[in-house]
Design a protein around this ligand. Structure first.
Ligand code: ZN
Ligand code: ZN
Length: 569
Protein backbone atom coordinates (compact mmCIF):
# COMPACT_ATOMS: atom_id res chain seq x y z
CA UNK A 1 0.00 0.00 0.00
CA UNK A 2 1.55 3.25 -1.11
CA UNK A 3 -0.69 5.75 0.64
CA UNK A 4 -0.46 6.38 4.37
CA UNK A 5 -2.49 8.56 6.64
CA UNK A 6 -0.69 11.65 7.90
CA UNK A 7 -0.29 12.21 11.57
CA UNK A 8 -2.78 14.67 13.02
CA UNK A 9 0.16 16.77 14.13
CA UNK A 10 1.43 17.11 10.62
CA UNK A 11 -2.03 17.92 9.34
CA UNK A 12 -2.20 20.83 11.73
CA UNK A 13 1.14 22.09 10.57
CA UNK A 14 -0.10 22.55 7.08
CA UNK A 15 -1.60 25.96 6.71
CA UNK A 16 -5.34 25.79 6.32
CA UNK A 17 -6.69 27.33 3.20
CA UNK A 18 -9.14 26.80 0.45
CA UNK A 19 -7.74 24.20 -1.87
CA UNK A 20 -10.65 24.36 -4.23
CA UNK A 21 -11.94 27.71 -5.39
CA UNK A 22 -12.36 27.37 -9.13
CA UNK A 23 -12.41 24.73 -11.85
CA UNK A 24 -8.70 25.28 -12.46
CA UNK A 25 -7.92 24.33 -8.86
CA UNK A 26 -9.66 20.99 -9.40
CA UNK A 27 -7.72 20.50 -12.64
CA UNK A 28 -4.53 21.44 -10.82
CA UNK A 29 -4.96 18.92 -8.01
CA UNK A 30 -5.98 16.09 -10.34
CA UNK A 31 -3.25 16.72 -12.90
CA UNK A 32 -0.55 17.08 -10.28
CA UNK A 33 -1.61 13.70 -8.91
CA UNK A 34 -1.20 12.30 -12.43
CA UNK A 35 2.31 13.75 -12.66
CA UNK A 36 3.18 12.30 -9.27
CA UNK A 37 1.92 8.93 -10.53
CA UNK A 38 4.56 9.11 -13.27
CA UNK A 39 2.17 9.68 -16.18
CA UNK A 40 3.74 10.45 -19.57
CA UNK A 41 0.39 11.31 -21.13
CA UNK A 42 -2.37 13.33 -19.49
CA UNK A 43 -5.66 14.22 -21.08
CA UNK A 44 -8.01 16.77 -19.53
CA UNK A 45 -11.56 17.05 -20.86
CA UNK A 46 -13.71 19.95 -19.76
CA UNK A 47 -17.41 20.33 -20.34
CA UNK A 48 -18.51 23.98 -20.30
CA UNK A 49 -15.13 25.18 -19.09
CA UNK A 50 -15.27 22.63 -16.26
CA UNK A 51 -18.54 23.90 -14.83
CA UNK A 52 -20.38 20.77 -16.00
CA UNK A 53 -17.56 18.24 -15.86
CA UNK A 54 -13.79 17.92 -15.42
CA UNK A 55 -12.20 14.67 -16.51
CA UNK A 56 -8.53 13.76 -16.17
CA UNK A 57 -7.18 10.61 -17.81
CA UNK A 58 -3.59 9.53 -17.28
CA UNK A 59 -1.34 6.56 -18.00
CA UNK A 60 0.39 6.77 -14.62
CA UNK A 61 0.99 3.97 -12.17
CA UNK A 62 -2.64 3.79 -11.04
CA UNK A 63 -3.83 2.60 -7.63
CA UNK A 64 -4.76 -0.73 -6.12
CA UNK A 65 -8.13 -1.07 -4.43
CA UNK A 66 -6.94 -0.09 -0.95
CA UNK A 67 -5.37 3.12 -2.20
CA UNK A 68 -8.36 3.90 -4.41
CA UNK A 69 -10.54 3.93 -1.32
CA UNK A 70 -8.06 5.57 1.01
CA UNK A 71 -7.09 8.44 -1.30
CA UNK A 72 -10.38 10.21 -0.61
CA UNK A 73 -9.74 10.38 3.12
CA UNK A 74 -8.58 13.63 4.58
CA UNK A 75 -4.81 13.78 5.05
CA UNK A 76 -4.17 10.68 3.03
CA UNK A 77 -1.05 11.22 1.01
CA UNK A 78 1.61 9.12 -0.54
CA UNK A 79 4.09 11.93 -0.44
CA UNK A 80 4.52 12.92 3.17
CA UNK A 81 5.31 10.34 5.77
CA UNK A 82 6.85 12.18 8.67
CA UNK A 83 6.70 15.71 10.02
CA UNK A 84 10.27 16.36 8.91
CA UNK A 85 9.47 15.51 5.32
CA UNK A 86 7.30 18.57 5.02
CA UNK A 87 10.44 20.64 4.75
CA UNK A 88 11.98 18.56 2.02
CA UNK A 89 9.12 18.40 -0.38
CA UNK A 90 10.03 17.64 -3.93
CA UNK A 91 6.80 16.28 -5.33
CA UNK A 92 4.24 18.72 -6.61
CA UNK A 93 1.17 18.03 -4.56
CA UNK A 94 1.59 17.46 -0.87
CA UNK A 95 -1.66 18.30 0.77
CA UNK A 96 -3.45 15.11 1.48
CA UNK A 97 -6.71 16.93 1.79
CA UNK A 98 -6.98 17.93 -1.87
CA UNK A 99 -8.88 14.93 -3.19
CA UNK A 100 -10.95 14.72 -0.03
CA UNK A 101 -11.90 18.38 -0.34
CA UNK A 102 -12.93 17.99 -3.96
CA UNK A 103 -14.88 14.83 -3.18
CA UNK A 104 -16.77 16.54 -0.38
CA UNK A 105 -18.22 19.22 -2.69
CA UNK A 106 -18.85 17.27 -5.90
CA UNK A 107 -19.60 13.94 -7.48
CA UNK A 108 -16.64 11.80 -8.54
CA UNK A 109 -16.31 8.73 -10.73
CA UNK A 110 -12.86 7.19 -10.70
CA UNK A 111 -11.43 4.23 -12.59
CA UNK A 112 -7.96 3.19 -11.60
CA UNK A 113 -5.75 0.16 -12.01
CA UNK A 114 -2.22 -0.78 -11.02
CA UNK A 115 -2.37 -4.53 -11.76
CA UNK A 116 -4.82 -7.13 -13.16
CA UNK A 117 -8.06 -5.87 -11.68
CA UNK A 118 -9.17 -2.28 -11.95
CA UNK A 119 -11.31 -0.47 -9.41
CA UNK A 120 -14.26 1.81 -9.97
CA UNK A 121 -15.22 4.20 -7.18
CA UNK A 122 -18.24 6.48 -7.02
CA UNK A 123 -18.34 9.15 -4.35
CA UNK A 124 -20.82 11.97 -3.87
CA UNK A 125 -20.65 14.74 -1.28
CA UNK A 126 -17.81 12.87 0.38
CA UNK A 127 -19.80 9.62 0.71
CA UNK A 128 -18.40 6.60 -1.11
CA UNK A 129 -21.44 4.65 -2.26
CA UNK A 130 -19.93 2.31 -4.82
CA UNK A 131 -16.71 0.28 -5.18
CA UNK A 132 -16.65 -2.21 -8.03
CA UNK A 133 -14.40 -3.91 -10.58
CA UNK A 134 -13.28 -1.96 -13.61
CA UNK A 135 -11.17 -2.51 -16.70
CA UNK A 136 -7.51 -3.29 -16.29
CA UNK A 137 -6.12 -0.30 -18.20
CA UNK A 138 -3.09 0.93 -16.23
CA UNK A 139 -3.54 4.48 -15.01
CA UNK A 140 -6.31 6.56 -13.54
CA UNK A 141 -9.28 8.33 -15.02
CA UNK A 142 -11.23 10.58 -12.73
CA UNK A 143 -14.31 12.62 -13.55
CA UNK A 144 -15.64 15.42 -11.36
CA UNK A 145 -19.19 16.63 -11.93
CA UNK A 146 -21.64 18.79 -10.01
CA UNK A 147 -18.88 20.87 -8.45
CA UNK A 148 -20.14 22.75 -5.36
CA UNK A 149 -23.64 21.27 -5.79
CA UNK A 150 -23.98 21.06 -2.00
CA UNK A 151 -22.33 24.40 -1.19
CA UNK A 152 -24.38 27.06 -3.00
CA UNK A 153 -22.36 29.84 -1.36
CA UNK A 154 -19.23 28.68 -3.14
CA UNK A 155 -21.05 27.78 -6.32
CA UNK A 156 -21.79 31.42 -6.94
CA UNK A 157 -18.08 32.26 -6.86
CA UNK A 158 -17.50 30.20 -9.98
CA UNK A 159 -17.05 32.49 -12.95
CA UNK A 160 -18.41 32.29 -16.46
CA UNK A 161 -17.63 29.31 -18.65
CA UNK A 162 -15.13 31.40 -20.62
CA UNK A 163 -13.24 32.57 -17.54
CA UNK A 164 -13.11 29.11 -15.97
CA UNK A 165 -11.93 27.61 -19.27
CA UNK A 166 -9.27 30.31 -19.68
CA UNK A 167 -7.94 29.67 -16.20
CA UNK A 168 -7.66 25.96 -16.97
CA UNK A 169 -5.95 26.66 -20.30
CA UNK A 170 -3.45 29.03 -18.66
CA UNK A 171 -2.65 26.44 -16.03
CA UNK A 172 -2.24 23.50 -18.42
CA UNK A 173 -0.07 25.62 -20.72
CA UNK A 174 2.29 26.44 -17.89
CA UNK A 175 2.31 22.86 -16.69
CA UNK A 176 3.09 21.61 -20.19
CA UNK A 177 5.97 24.11 -20.44
CA UNK A 178 7.38 22.91 -17.13
CA UNK A 179 6.98 19.25 -18.19
CA UNK A 180 8.04 19.00 -21.86
CA UNK A 181 8.41 15.24 -21.32
CA UNK A 182 4.66 14.79 -20.72
CA UNK A 183 2.12 14.86 -23.55
CA UNK A 184 -0.84 17.03 -22.56
CA UNK A 185 -4.18 17.35 -24.26
CA UNK A 186 -6.82 19.77 -23.02
CA UNK A 187 -10.25 19.83 -24.61
CA UNK A 188 -13.26 21.98 -23.89
CA UNK A 189 -16.58 20.65 -25.21
CA UNK A 190 -14.61 18.21 -27.42
CA UNK A 191 -12.55 20.97 -29.00
CA UNK A 192 -8.75 20.60 -28.55
CA UNK A 193 -7.40 23.81 -27.00
CA UNK A 194 -3.96 22.71 -25.83
CA UNK A 195 -1.90 19.88 -27.23
CA UNK A 196 1.73 19.02 -26.65
CA UNK A 197 3.65 15.99 -27.85
CA UNK A 198 5.72 15.18 -24.77
CA UNK A 199 8.86 15.33 -26.93
CA UNK A 200 11.01 16.45 -23.98
CA UNK A 201 12.17 19.31 -26.20
CA UNK A 202 11.44 22.68 -24.61
CA UNK A 203 11.56 24.67 -27.84
CA UNK A 204 9.16 22.24 -29.49
CA UNK A 205 6.81 22.55 -26.52
CA UNK A 206 7.01 26.35 -26.71
CA UNK A 207 6.13 26.04 -30.37
CA UNK A 208 3.15 23.81 -29.60
CA UNK A 209 1.85 26.26 -27.01
CA UNK A 210 2.71 29.73 -28.33
CA UNK A 211 3.12 29.12 -32.06
CA UNK A 212 5.83 29.80 -34.59
CA UNK A 213 6.19 33.55 -34.14
CA UNK A 214 7.25 33.01 -30.54
CA UNK A 215 9.19 29.76 -30.86
CA UNK A 216 11.32 31.06 -33.71
CA UNK A 217 12.28 34.10 -31.65
CA UNK A 218 13.58 32.40 -28.52
CA UNK A 219 17.13 32.40 -27.17
CA UNK A 220 18.34 29.50 -25.08
CA UNK A 221 19.87 30.24 -21.70
CA UNK A 222 21.84 28.03 -19.36
CA UNK A 223 23.94 28.82 -16.32
CA UNK A 224 24.64 27.58 -12.84
CA UNK A 225 26.18 28.44 -9.51
CA UNK A 226 26.85 26.38 -6.41
CA UNK A 227 23.22 26.66 -5.37
CA UNK A 228 21.23 27.08 -8.57
CA UNK A 229 20.94 25.73 -12.06
CA UNK A 230 19.04 27.83 -14.58
CA UNK A 231 17.95 26.56 -18.00
CA UNK A 232 15.32 27.68 -20.42
CA UNK A 233 14.36 29.98 -23.25
CA UNK A 234 13.84 33.74 -23.32
CA UNK A 235 12.11 35.69 -26.07
CA UNK A 236 13.84 38.22 -28.25
CA UNK A 237 12.60 41.79 -27.77
CA UNK A 238 10.81 41.46 -31.11
CA UNK A 239 8.10 39.37 -29.43
CA UNK A 240 6.75 41.18 -26.41
CA UNK A 241 3.41 40.84 -24.66
CA UNK A 242 1.19 43.33 -22.91
CA UNK A 243 1.04 41.34 -19.68
CA UNK A 244 3.12 38.99 -17.58
CA UNK A 245 1.15 35.85 -18.36
CA UNK A 246 3.84 34.61 -20.75
CA UNK A 247 6.53 34.88 -18.10
CA UNK A 248 6.90 31.28 -16.93
CA UNK A 249 9.20 30.51 -14.04
CA UNK A 250 9.50 27.10 -12.48
CA UNK A 251 11.43 26.16 -9.37
CA UNK A 252 12.13 22.45 -9.05
CA UNK A 253 9.36 21.81 -11.55
CA UNK A 254 6.80 23.84 -9.64
CA UNK A 255 5.05 26.81 -11.25
CA UNK A 256 5.96 29.91 -9.27
CA UNK A 257 4.85 33.50 -9.48
CA UNK A 258 7.38 35.63 -7.69
CA UNK A 259 7.84 39.38 -7.95
CA UNK A 260 11.58 39.35 -7.30
CA UNK A 261 12.20 36.84 -10.09
CA UNK A 262 9.93 38.76 -12.47
CA UNK A 263 11.76 41.99 -11.66
CA UNK A 264 15.16 40.43 -12.36
CA UNK A 265 13.88 39.17 -15.71
CA UNK A 266 12.39 42.54 -16.65
CA UNK A 267 15.53 44.39 -15.56
CA UNK A 268 17.59 42.22 -17.89
CA UNK A 269 15.48 43.59 -20.76
CA UNK A 270 16.15 47.19 -19.67
CA UNK A 271 16.46 49.40 -22.78
CA UNK A 272 15.59 46.45 -25.02
CA UNK A 273 11.86 47.02 -24.61
CA UNK A 274 9.20 49.59 -23.83
CA UNK A 275 7.90 49.87 -20.34
CA UNK A 276 4.56 48.07 -19.99
CA UNK A 277 5.64 45.27 -22.32
CA UNK A 278 6.81 41.91 -21.05
CA UNK A 279 8.98 39.21 -22.57
CA UNK A 280 8.03 35.60 -23.21
CA UNK A 281 10.21 33.45 -21.00
CA UNK A 282 10.25 29.83 -19.89
CA UNK A 283 12.79 29.40 -17.13
CA UNK A 284 13.53 26.31 -15.09
CA UNK A 285 15.39 26.80 -11.85
CA UNK A 286 16.72 23.77 -10.04
CA UNK A 287 17.92 24.08 -6.49
CA UNK A 288 18.30 22.22 -3.25
CA UNK A 289 14.75 21.92 -1.87
CA UNK A 290 15.97 23.00 1.57
CA UNK A 291 16.48 26.51 0.14
CA UNK A 292 12.81 26.73 -0.83
CA UNK A 293 9.85 27.40 1.41
CA UNK A 294 6.72 26.50 -0.52
CA UNK A 295 4.33 26.72 2.37
CA UNK A 296 3.78 30.44 2.45
CA UNK A 297 0.74 30.41 0.17
CA UNK A 298 -2.04 27.84 0.07
CA UNK A 299 -2.08 27.70 -3.73
CA UNK A 300 1.67 27.13 -3.64
CA UNK A 301 2.45 29.52 -6.49
CA UNK A 302 4.57 32.02 -4.64
CA UNK A 303 7.76 30.94 -2.93
CA UNK A 304 10.22 32.25 -0.43
CA UNK A 305 13.79 31.32 -0.89
CA UNK A 306 17.07 31.63 0.91
CA UNK A 307 19.79 33.12 -1.28
CA UNK A 308 17.24 34.96 -3.42
CA UNK A 309 19.86 37.65 -4.10
CA UNK A 310 22.25 35.14 -5.58
CA UNK A 311 19.45 33.72 -7.74
CA UNK A 312 18.19 37.06 -9.07
CA UNK A 313 21.73 38.16 -9.95
CA UNK A 314 22.42 34.91 -11.77
CA UNK A 315 19.10 35.12 -13.63
CA UNK A 316 19.65 38.77 -14.57
CA UNK A 317 23.11 38.08 -15.92
CA UNK A 318 22.29 35.02 -17.99
CA UNK A 319 19.35 36.77 -19.72
CA UNK A 320 21.23 40.02 -20.24
CA UNK A 321 24.16 38.14 -21.80
CA UNK A 322 21.84 36.12 -24.04
CA UNK A 323 20.21 39.28 -25.37
CA UNK A 324 23.52 41.04 -25.79
CA UNK A 325 25.17 38.17 -27.64
CA UNK A 326 22.29 37.29 -29.90
CA UNK A 327 20.31 40.39 -30.60
CA UNK A 328 19.12 40.83 -34.14
CA UNK A 329 18.22 43.95 -36.06
CA UNK A 330 14.48 44.37 -36.19
CA UNK A 331 13.63 43.29 -39.66
CA UNK A 332 10.75 45.01 -41.35
CA UNK A 333 9.38 42.04 -43.22
CA UNK A 334 10.15 39.05 -41.10
CA UNK A 335 7.48 39.60 -38.48
CA UNK A 336 4.78 39.93 -41.06
CA UNK A 337 5.98 36.87 -42.89
CA UNK A 338 6.04 34.76 -39.77
CA UNK A 339 2.56 35.87 -38.86
CA UNK A 340 1.33 34.79 -42.25
CA UNK A 341 2.81 31.36 -41.74
CA UNK A 342 1.34 31.20 -38.28
CA UNK A 343 -2.10 32.19 -39.46
CA UNK A 344 -2.00 29.43 -42.02
CA UNK A 345 -1.40 26.88 -39.30
CA UNK A 346 -4.13 24.34 -39.01
CA UNK A 347 -4.71 23.89 -35.29
CA UNK A 348 -5.55 20.23 -35.91
CA UNK A 349 -2.11 19.51 -37.40
CA UNK A 350 -0.32 16.69 -35.70
CA UNK A 351 2.62 17.93 -33.63
CA UNK A 352 5.12 16.17 -35.89
CA UNK A 353 3.86 17.93 -38.98
CA UNK A 354 4.08 21.27 -37.23
CA UNK A 355 7.70 20.75 -36.37
CA UNK A 356 8.62 19.97 -39.95
CA UNK A 357 7.22 23.32 -40.86
CA UNK A 358 9.09 25.04 -38.04
CA UNK A 359 12.50 23.76 -38.93
CA UNK A 360 11.89 24.70 -42.54
CA UNK A 361 11.19 28.20 -41.40
CA UNK A 362 14.20 28.42 -39.17
CA UNK A 363 16.44 28.02 -42.19
CA UNK A 364 14.49 30.45 -44.33
CA UNK A 365 14.71 33.03 -41.61
CA UNK A 366 18.44 32.66 -41.18
CA UNK A 367 18.89 33.94 -44.70
CA UNK A 368 17.36 37.32 -44.05
CA UNK A 369 18.19 38.24 -40.50
CA UNK A 370 21.62 39.67 -39.89
CA UNK A 371 23.33 38.84 -36.65
CA UNK A 372 24.38 41.45 -34.18
CA UNK A 373 28.10 40.83 -34.56
CA UNK A 374 27.88 40.99 -38.33
CA UNK A 375 26.26 44.39 -38.14
CA UNK A 376 28.28 46.00 -35.41
CA UNK A 377 31.15 48.11 -36.64
CA UNK A 378 29.94 47.99 -40.24
CA UNK A 379 30.23 51.15 -42.25
CA UNK A 380 26.85 52.61 -43.18
CA UNK A 381 26.60 55.41 -45.72
CA UNK A 382 23.92 58.08 -45.47
CA UNK A 383 21.61 58.45 -48.46
CA UNK A 384 19.40 61.21 -47.16
CA UNK A 385 16.91 62.42 -44.60
CA UNK A 386 13.13 61.95 -44.71
CA UNK A 387 10.78 64.49 -43.08
CA UNK A 388 13.70 65.77 -41.02
CA UNK A 389 13.16 62.72 -38.80
CA UNK A 390 14.44 59.54 -40.45
CA UNK A 391 17.79 58.82 -42.02
CA UNK A 392 18.10 56.45 -44.95
CA UNK A 393 21.44 54.67 -45.14
CA UNK A 394 22.93 51.86 -47.18
CA UNK A 395 25.76 49.41 -47.46
CA UNK A 396 26.44 46.42 -49.68
CA UNK A 397 24.00 44.20 -47.77
CA UNK A 398 20.92 46.39 -47.89
CA UNK A 399 19.09 49.54 -46.91
CA UNK A 400 18.68 50.93 -43.41
CA UNK A 401 16.18 53.36 -41.91
CA UNK A 402 17.06 55.13 -38.69
CA UNK A 403 14.97 57.20 -36.34
CA UNK A 404 17.46 60.02 -35.73
CA UNK A 405 16.26 60.82 -32.21
CA UNK A 406 16.20 57.20 -31.09
CA UNK A 407 19.65 56.58 -32.59
CA UNK A 408 21.20 59.66 -31.03
CA UNK A 409 19.56 58.89 -27.70
CA UNK A 410 21.12 55.41 -27.72
CA UNK A 411 24.56 56.88 -28.44
CA UNK A 412 24.22 59.42 -25.63
CA UNK A 413 22.81 56.84 -23.21
CA UNK A 414 25.75 54.49 -23.63
CA UNK A 415 28.21 57.41 -23.44
CA UNK A 416 26.69 58.64 -20.17
CA UNK A 417 26.57 55.14 -18.64
CA UNK A 418 30.27 54.71 -19.41
CA UNK A 419 31.13 58.12 -17.95
CA UNK A 420 29.18 57.30 -14.81
CA UNK A 421 31.35 54.24 -14.26
CA UNK A 422 34.63 56.06 -14.75
CA UNK A 423 36.76 56.73 -11.69
CA UNK A 424 37.82 60.24 -12.64
CA UNK A 425 35.23 62.97 -12.84
CA UNK A 426 35.52 65.93 -15.12
CA UNK A 427 33.37 68.93 -14.29
CA UNK A 428 32.49 72.10 -16.10
CA UNK A 429 32.03 75.29 -14.10
CA UNK A 430 28.85 77.06 -15.10
CA UNK A 431 29.21 80.61 -16.36
CA UNK A 432 25.93 81.53 -14.72
CA UNK A 433 25.09 79.46 -11.62
CA UNK A 434 21.49 78.30 -11.53
CA UNK A 435 19.38 78.75 -8.39
CA UNK A 436 16.36 76.49 -7.82
CA UNK A 437 13.75 77.18 -5.17
CA UNK A 438 12.02 74.22 -3.56
CA UNK A 439 9.34 73.72 -0.96
CA UNK A 440 10.50 72.61 2.49
CA UNK A 441 9.67 68.92 2.06
CA UNK A 442 11.29 68.65 -1.37
CA UNK A 443 14.31 70.57 -0.10
CA UNK A 444 14.83 68.05 2.70
CA UNK A 445 14.37 65.11 0.32
CA UNK A 446 16.83 66.59 -2.12
CA UNK A 447 19.48 67.40 0.46
CA UNK A 448 19.28 63.85 1.80
CA UNK A 449 20.25 62.38 -1.58
CA UNK A 450 22.24 65.13 -3.26
CA UNK A 451 25.55 63.33 -2.72
CA UNK A 452 24.62 60.97 -5.55
CA UNK A 453 24.77 63.97 -7.89
CA UNK A 454 27.95 65.31 -6.30
CA UNK A 455 29.62 61.97 -6.92
CA UNK A 456 28.92 62.51 -10.61
CA UNK A 457 30.56 65.93 -10.67
CA UNK A 458 27.73 68.33 -9.89
CA UNK A 459 28.58 71.19 -7.51
CA UNK A 460 25.52 72.12 -5.48
CA UNK A 461 25.39 74.66 -2.68
CA UNK A 462 22.74 75.89 -0.29
CA UNK A 463 21.53 79.37 -1.12
CA UNK A 464 19.13 80.91 1.35
CA UNK A 465 15.96 79.22 2.58
CA UNK A 466 14.97 76.05 0.71
CA UNK A 467 17.00 77.12 -2.28
CA UNK A 468 19.89 75.34 -3.94
CA UNK A 469 22.31 76.61 -6.51
CA UNK A 470 24.12 74.60 -9.20
CA UNK A 471 27.66 75.87 -9.80
CA UNK A 472 29.13 73.09 -11.93
CA UNK A 473 28.01 69.99 -13.79
CA UNK A 474 29.72 66.90 -15.23
CA UNK A 475 31.35 67.62 -18.58
CA UNK A 476 29.30 64.95 -20.33
CA UNK A 477 26.26 67.13 -19.82
CA UNK A 478 26.44 68.95 -23.14
CA UNK A 479 25.29 72.42 -24.09
CA UNK A 480 21.89 71.15 -25.33
CA UNK A 481 21.17 70.54 -21.70
CA UNK A 482 19.94 73.97 -20.65
CA UNK A 483 19.24 75.31 -17.17
CA UNK A 484 15.60 74.25 -17.15
CA UNK A 485 16.68 70.67 -17.52
CA UNK A 486 18.67 70.80 -14.29
CA UNK A 487 15.34 71.29 -12.60
CA UNK A 488 14.16 67.94 -14.02
CA UNK A 489 17.23 66.29 -12.51
CA UNK A 490 16.34 67.76 -9.12
CA UNK A 491 12.79 66.44 -9.55
CA UNK A 492 14.16 63.02 -10.42
CA UNK A 493 16.20 62.95 -7.21
CA UNK A 494 13.13 63.94 -5.18
CA UNK A 495 10.77 61.41 -6.77
CA UNK A 496 13.34 58.64 -6.36
CA UNK A 497 14.01 59.53 -2.74
CA UNK A 498 11.64 56.92 -1.31
CA UNK A 499 13.39 53.52 -1.27
CA UNK A 500 16.34 55.16 -3.00
CA UNK A 501 18.16 52.69 -5.21
CA UNK A 502 21.36 54.16 -6.63
CA UNK A 503 21.67 51.94 -9.71
CA UNK A 504 18.07 52.51 -10.67
CA UNK A 505 18.40 56.24 -10.13
CA UNK A 506 21.54 56.54 -12.23
CA UNK A 507 19.93 54.52 -15.01
CA UNK A 508 16.84 56.74 -14.97
CA UNK A 509 19.04 59.82 -14.93
CA UNK A 510 21.05 58.56 -17.91
CA UNK A 511 17.83 57.85 -19.80
CA UNK A 512 16.33 61.24 -19.09
CA UNK A 513 19.48 63.22 -19.85
CA UNK A 514 20.26 61.30 -23.03
CA UNK A 515 16.73 61.94 -24.31
CA UNK A 516 16.97 65.68 -23.64
CA UNK A 517 20.45 65.94 -25.13
CA UNK A 518 19.55 64.23 -28.39
CA UNK A 519 18.58 65.57 -31.81
CA UNK A 520 14.83 65.96 -32.04
CA UNK A 521 12.56 65.05 -34.90
CA UNK A 522 12.04 67.76 -37.53
CA UNK A 523 15.64 68.82 -37.31
CA UNK A 524 17.70 69.12 -40.47
CA UNK A 525 21.01 67.27 -40.43
CA UNK A 526 24.02 67.90 -42.62
CA UNK A 527 25.62 64.98 -44.41
CA UNK A 528 28.54 65.13 -41.95
CA UNK A 529 26.15 65.02 -38.98
CA UNK A 530 24.40 61.96 -40.46
CA UNK A 531 27.76 60.25 -41.06
CA UNK A 532 28.84 60.93 -37.48
CA UNK A 533 25.54 59.56 -36.16
CA UNK A 534 25.84 56.35 -38.20
CA UNK A 535 29.48 55.85 -37.19
CA UNK A 536 28.66 56.33 -33.52
CA UNK A 537 25.59 54.10 -33.63
CA UNK A 538 27.36 51.04 -35.02
CA UNK A 539 29.86 51.33 -32.18
CA UNK A 540 27.11 50.96 -29.55
CA UNK A 541 26.67 47.82 -27.48
CA UNK A 542 23.02 47.72 -28.49
CA UNK A 543 22.50 49.85 -31.59
CA UNK A 544 18.98 48.56 -32.15
CA UNK A 545 16.89 50.39 -29.56
CA UNK A 546 16.76 53.74 -27.87
CA UNK A 547 17.15 53.52 -24.10
CA UNK A 548 13.36 53.25 -23.77
CA UNK A 549 13.23 50.24 -26.06
CA UNK A 550 11.99 51.99 -29.20
CA UNK A 551 13.63 50.74 -32.40
CA UNK A 552 16.45 52.99 -33.64
CA UNK A 553 17.34 51.17 -36.83
CA UNK A 554 15.58 48.84 -39.26
CA UNK A 555 17.14 46.87 -42.03
CA UNK A 556 15.79 45.90 -45.43
CA UNK A 557 18.23 43.36 -46.80
CA UNK A 558 18.90 43.20 -50.51
CA UNK A 559 16.98 39.94 -50.55
CA UNK A 560 13.95 41.59 -48.98
CA UNK A 561 14.07 44.53 -51.37
CA UNK A 562 14.21 42.12 -54.28
CA UNK A 563 11.30 40.18 -52.83
CA UNK A 564 9.25 43.33 -52.31
CA UNK A 565 9.67 44.28 -55.94
CA UNK A 566 9.26 40.69 -57.14
CA UNK A 567 12.74 40.52 -58.60
CA UNK A 568 12.95 37.17 -56.88
CA UNK A 569 10.05 34.91 -55.98
ZN1 ZN B 1 13.74 60.40 -26.27
ZN1 ZN C 1 13.70 56.87 -26.16
Amino acid sequence: MKIRVMSENLANKIAAGEVVEKCASVVKELVENSIDAGASSIKVNLVDGGLSAIEVIDNGSGMDRDDAILCFQRHATSKIMRDDDLFFIETLGFRGEALASIASVSEIDMDTCSDEIGTHVHIKGGVMDEVSDASARTGTSIKVTNLFYNTPARLKYLKSEVTEANNCIAFIEKLALSNPNIAFVLTNNDRVVVKTSGSNNLLKTIHEIYGLNVSSNMLEISTSSDDFEIKGCVGKPSVLKKNRSHMNTFVNGRIVRNNELNRAINDAYNTYKHEGFYPVVVINIVTDPTLVDVNIHPTKQDIKMSKMDELTKLLYKVIKDALYNNLLIPNALVDEKLNEVKDNFEPVLEPDEKIVQTSMDFTQKDDIIVKNEEFKGLKLYPVGQVHGTYIIAENETGMFILDQHAAHERINYEMIKKKMQEESISTTEMLIPLAIELNAADYNSFMASKSVLEDLGFKIEEFGINTIVFKAHPTWLTKNFSGDNLRTIVDLVITNQKNFNKDRFLDNLAKMVSCKMSIKANEHLSREAMEALLDDLVKCDNPYNCCHGRPSIMKFSNYELEKMFKRVI
